[in-house]
Design a protein around this ligand. Structure first.
Ligand SMILES: [Fe+2]
Length: 311
């Protein structure tokens, strides 16, 4: 059974260069029902399950903050997600869980067929998102090629141009250098240039690699995020790693947009080599836990003295 329907020649040509939406049939697998997800949550490695809520940060609105789920069962997590303000990411469930991984393989093979791309994709992964009506994902960009397979619930997605104005080179360099997670500084006026999608159930959204985006749920939502490394993402990330080192250690002002194809490839090769050599020591912020789940509280979240995640 195909997961994606027919794509036109135009769809195929435009893939990767503009934002596109397509219907899909992931839900027909039965693997995204509440009962199936509750069972998955109970058997998936606990350290690969992220439970987050949103916190106030003026530069990074709605920044995610880790919540300790304690021994909350899968079915309770699903019920809490329906009414709370939490975001659950069952990381790598699509590639690690034997029930789900054949479905991910079919997603990739369908996508390769529709796009006509025979290029190899590396580091294929897929996470499943269970998120509350009030949940949001802050403005960010992903260094990997990422596709959002929305399954059900009302989800609003904002996608922004991947230009210097919306994603400064320095901000992206900080991500590939490991200085920062995927958050990018955001200003509300950016929304004037956003493409906004109110996703119907069973909709795949694809955007050009590194397009900044954010999400505002309008209801309880189930989605799947698929990611991989492509030739394009590898070249950009290697070149931006190199540019980041030049900017930080040599005082240069390199520009991705201003570089030609040959220069980008050369920089990418140097960047990947320097990364292997450990040329830059990353200082990723610690993952602090600030809440635990407490179903007895109206907010379902109980604050705890901040500590570094150890689960
Ligand atoms: Fe993303």
């Amino acid at each position: 059974m195909n997961i994606l329907g027919h794509w036109s020649d135009r769809d195929r040509q435009d893939y990767g260069s503009r934002v596109q939406t397509f219907p899909h049939t992931l839900a027909a697998s039965g693997l995204f029902s509440d009962d199936a997800l509750a069972t998955l949550l109970d058997r998936h490695p606990r350290h690969l399950i992220d439970v987050c809520t949103m916190m106030y940060d003026p530069e990074f609105p709605d920044r995610h903050c880790t919540v300790d789920p304690g021994q909350t069962t899968g079915s309770d997590l699903v019920e809490i997600a329906k009414s709370g303000a939490i975001w659950i990411n069952i990381r790598e469930a699509m590639n690690l869980d034997p029930a789900y991984s054949p479905l991910l393989d079919r997603c990739y093979s369908d996508l390769c067929e529709r796009t006509g791309q025979k290029v190899r994709q590396y580091n294929r992964r897929g996470g499943i998102l269970i998120s509350s009506p009030a949940a949001k994902v802050p403005y960010h960009c992903d260094p990997t090629q990422t596709l959002l397979w929305h399954v059900r619930g009302h989800k609003r997605v904002f996608v922004y141009p991947r230009t210097e104005a919306f994603l400064p080179d320095e901000a992206y360099e900080a991500i590939v250098l490991g200085e920062r997670d995927q958050d990018v500084p955001y200003r509300p006026e950016y929304d004037q240039a956003a493409q906004v999608f109110d996703l119907p159930d069973d909709t795949l959204v694809c955007w050009p690699h590194t397009s900044p985006h954010r999400v505002e749920n309008q209801g309880y939502c189930i989605s799947m995020v698929m990611e991989c490394t492509t030739r394009e993402s590898a070249v950009r990330n290697g070149a931006m790693y190199f540019n980041g080192l030049v900017r930080r250690h040599l005082g240069g002002s390199p520009s991705w947009a201003g570089a030609g194809r040959a220069s980008r490839y050369t920089r990418a090769i140097c960047g990947h080599a320097l990364r292997k050599l450990g040329a830059h020591r990353a200082h990723i912020r610690d993952d602090f836990v600030r809440f635990r789940l407490d179903p007895g509280k109206p907010s379902i979240l109980a604050p705890v003295p901040a500590y570094i995640r150890n689960f």
